[in-house]
Ligand binder design. Sequence first.
Ligand code: BGC
Length: 437
Amino acid sequence: MKKIFAVILSISLIMGLAACAGKAEVPSKKDVQKEVEKEYDMDFKLDSKDIAEDGSEAEWVFISEDGTLEVTVTWSADDPDEFDFDDKKLDVTGPEPTETGPLPTDVVQYDGPMVGVSMPTKDLQRWNQDGDYIETELENLGYAVDLQYAANDIYTQVSQIENMVNSGCDVIIVAAIESSSVSEALDLAEQAGVTVIAYDRLIYESDAVDYYVTFDNYTLGLMQGEYIAAALGLESGAGPFNIEITTGDASDNNAMLFYQGAMDVLNPYIENGQLAVLSGQTAFEDVATTSWKTESAQSRAENIISAYYSNGEQIDAWLCSNDSTALGVENALAANYTGPYPIITGQDCDIANIKNMLDGKQAMSMFKDTRTLAYQAVVMADEILSGQVVEVNDTVTYDNGELVVPTYLVEPVMVDVNNYYEILIDSGYYTEYDLGL
Ligand code: BGC
């Protein structure tokens, strides 16, 4: 059925229009999808998109999540505030519903090249940014994207990857929840000829991993350790100081790399007595944090503070591998500790942590510009899909137990109060408003 709609232009579209001084910009897929979902009151996925080179016309085809309806949307720059919707019922014949499970639907097959993006969780700011950037950039290149978040549940992630393979994805980008739990789903991908890019986290025990894009995680940990060593003057023999340690999820290979890098700097000072860990907790398994949860890091920090630092002992430094765990430690300190704030490390430059940094509660955070990593993953996917040579810059380090995975490494950057403005605001990553300035 054909319908024509005058739509209320989204703010971004209005800005786009204004910026181009009269030349209407092609609406984003997100804006169009919103309109389709509003009109049909259903969730939709993009099936294909076709935009004229001069941006004068565009057509999107959406398919409802339940596979029953296809809607074709056409747009023309001559009438930029009108969309033409044409819908068609799809014939979905699947098995009858059972009493124990939902009605299985036919898998929708996509026409053009499609990229699956499997992210671990929406809980952390960074993965939302990674997912958004990758989706937008791939769509700008004309690819259909199936972006899924797995709520930190490995079974969900495995089934999402299997669905991506079955629905015809040509490339799948995976930030795995656990280093080795997705290998079976990847076997399926390999059989179907799908190229797999491990994103940020290396996937172990699988020969189906074709490429890896990541920040240099060992170096990142090293830089956190060096920051603490420099801030306390350890190299010139200062001390003794008290330090505690909090790292990430033991099943995330990155957590071990961050820990190793930092401990390679700090261990000599622990051994010579310049650093004391009053809790005695230094082994990786003792300082790990399940799912990198703020709440878990907080409750462990509360226990440590009340058991070892409630008698006036000062905590001079707290190595935290990332910002979600640093936030937990900072919450515990705020509630239970009266001494001066220790030097606390982090990574990801999450907004809450940068605000704490400006309040003197966190010393530094390692900045992993998600735009850079996402961009690199998109470049790789595009090179694969267009048959070009895939550029990597490390072919020796990342052995996943089955093969050395060709890798593109990106360098992380240290951020503290002295350079945050230049690195985070001048670069456009955040606005002053985002950081409450
Ligand atoms: C990522 C970090 C992130 C952590 C928790 C790690 O694998 O490298 O950037 O903070 O997971 O999601």
